[in-house]
Design a protein around this ligand. Structure first.
Ligand code: ARG
Length: 270
């Protein structure tokens, strides 16, 4: 599956919409470019195709392509951002997906933040709500994609998107940070997969769960080193990259990476 990334040309922390963002500690753009290029090179080295979106001036969080929408089988449900600061991205993501021949659906104005809050475990779409995505959007997303859905409630504002605390490596193996979920949702996750790696807060807070498996390699931030033994036991290798500049905006590897269908790049049917 190709991975959509957006160069950090216009990246920065110029507003505060999550607890990690502080305009007083600005981003080092050179360093950010360096970290982003290393991630792109890592995907390429692992044999994953990387496709790019054009960055837009004035939209610093566009680098987090996970929030463009969630894709499934030639369809995409577009994000409707909770915060006005990011709503300007929506038109650009809509155009990009349409140009790529995807069927573009939406949540009719109800907040939903794409793959940041919606991750597939096998054929089931697992959706987080509580901070960004509105619970009412979830059945609309499921209907639009024609998939089964499971809801999880997020309760810790540091883990405001599902992908900051939950990462399916394959249909039977999940990394998750229990402290990020309500007790009932925590139990749901525990029933969801055969193999669970429960990530303690000190490791999760380093964005270790904000990861993506490419084959048997778990690409994540440096904090994933703390999980390397457990990952090895379930057949994966941990690969941690410095993500410090993006963590200043509340993001890591997974936020910077949106899996898109293999048909990406075919011209839209006319
Ligand atoms: N600053 C961005 C925001 O608060 C970070 C988004 C991170 N993306 C993600 N998929 N977790 O919206």
């Amino acid at each position: 599956m190709p991975i959509l990334m957006c160069p950090p040309t216009h990246f920065g922390v110029v507003y505060e919409i999550n607890p990690w963002m502080h305009v007083a500690s600005p981003v080092d753009l050179r360093q950010a470019a360096h970290q982003w290029e290393a991630l792109r090179a890592t995907f390429r080295d692992l044999g994953a195709e990387v496709v790019l979106a054009d960055p837009v001036p004035g939209l610093p969080d566009m680098v987090f392509t996970a929030n463009a929408g969630v894709t499934w089988d030639g369809r995409v449900v577009l994000s409707r951002f909770r915060h006005p600061e990011r709503q300007g991205e929506e038109i650009h993501w809509r155009e990009l997906f349409a140009r790529r021949g995807m069927r573009v659906l939406d949540t009719e104005g109800i907040p939903f933040e794409g793959a940041g809050d919606a991750l597939f475990v096998g054929d089931t779409l697992v959706c987080g709500h509580g901070f960004r995505t509105d619970r009412a959007a979830i059945p609309l997303v499921a209907r639009a994609l024609g998939v089964d859905v499971m809801e999880l409630e997020l309760v810790d504002p540091r883990y405001y998107h599902l992908d900051t605390c939950f990462c399916p490596l394959d249909a039977g193996t999940i990394l998750f940070a229990p402290s990020a979920f309500s007790p009932a949702s925590r139990e749901r996750v525990r029933r969801l997969a055969r193999r669970l790696i429960e990530v303690p807060d000190r490791i999760a807070a380093g964005f270790a769960c904000n990861a993506i498996a490419v084959g048997d390699v778990v690409v994540s931030s440096e904090a994933v080193a703390g999980l390397s033994g457990q990952l090895r036991e379930v057949g994966y290798r941990a690969l941690g990259l410095p993500m410090g500049e993006f963590m200043k905006a509340g993001g890591g590897v997974r936020c910077l990476s949106l899996p898109v269908p293999a048909t990406w790049g075919r011209p839209a049917p006319t």
